[in-house]
Design a binder for this molecule. Structure first.
Ligand code: NAD
Length: 263
């Protein structure tokens, strides 16, 4: 089972946390990787209570090459070679292009795209060395495929488009090693990321506006729960998806299937 020992990045919150708990409920061994060490510790404890055979918190900024290498070394020592990796850590900041600072652009690329590259590279190195294949799941976004009508999404969309291209290429490169590489594409999901950049005193109003938009625009009429995305990730990590590689599993409530031509 590729869910035996799994590294999850961005595991301290939202989709990553839900995936840790879903893996834990199946008795997996989980490395809970997050830049927020306290959140990683909390989710590791929750994972143990949920049934994980083992769970370790790993504080790591995925945009740091040294930190990612050290994280996978720690996982190797404490849990053994991973059978699967969920490269999920991500951030979002929106601004129209003419107001987008190079610092914001760079940070988005560093965390979302370079962080995913560094994570997957370490995972692939361990899988190749162990000679047992494995499964890697990357978190993309509808932004990789369609424009965001809210606007100001160019840096985030570019980082996620890069991830989707990376997944297809890497899947082909490592198929002969039995290493599968796929992407999950969450639609609007009820996590902290949805309110990134919103001031504290505007959060309730912003949350209700987002829920109303989901009711109106998403065919299934609501936001996703993180657990619904986690279920898809666990399937991609597991041997149940043994003939699936280089592809995208879209979990967006029908958003991308819907045409904008509703005149
Ligand atoms: N929530 C959505 O609607 C949505 C939709 C599509 C894609 N996504 C993607 O899903 C992934 C998870 O997001 P989420 O919605 O669960 O958000 P979240 O904010 O709840 O969780 C993200 C986690 O990543 C961690 N993180 C941030 N920067 C990091 C870094 N440099 N190194 C390590 N960890 C870091 C955060 O501390 C946090 O725990 C992201 O890649 C995001 O782009 C989310």
């Amino acid at each position: 089972m590729s869910t035996d020992t799994v590294v999850v990045t961005g595991a301290g919150s939202g989709i990553g946390r839900a995936t840790c708990l879903a893996l834990a409920s199946r008795g997996a061994r989980v490395a809970v990787v997050d830049i927020d060490g306290a959140a990683a510790r909390t989710v590791a404890e929750e994972s143990l209570r949920t049934g994980a055979a083992a769970a370790i918190p790993v504080e790591c900024d995925v945009s740091s090459e040294m930190a990612v290498q050290a994280a996978f070394e720690q996982v190797g020592v404490e849990l053994g070679a991973p059978s699967g990796t969920f490269a999920n850590a991500g951030i979002e900041a929106n601004a129209p292009l003419h107001q987008l600072s190079s610092a914001t652009w760079q940070q988005m690329i560093d965390v979302n795209l370079t962080g995913l590259f560094l994570t997957c590279r370490e995972a692939v190195r361990l899988h190749v060395a162990a000679g047992r294949g494995g499964s890697i799941v990357c978190t993309s976004s509808p932004a990789a495929f369609i424009g965001h009508s809210g606007g100001g999404n160019s840096a985030y969309a570019a980082s996620k488009g890069g991830i989707s291209a990376f997944v297809r290429s890497t899947a082909i490169d490592y198929a002969s090693h039995g290493i599968r590489v796929n992407a999950v594409v969450p639609g609007a999901t009820d996590t902290a990321l949805l309110l990134a950049g919103v001031d504290d005193d505007e959060r309730d109003v912003a949350a209700e506006r987002i829920r109303a938009a989901a009711r109106e625009q998403v065919p299934l009429g609501r936001l996703a729960r993180p657990e619904e995305i986690a279920a898809a990730v666990v399937w991609l990590l597991s041997d149940d998806s043994s003939y699936v590689t280089g592809t995208h599993l879209v979990c967006d409530g029908g958003l991308m299937a819907k045409s904008a031509n509703d005149f």
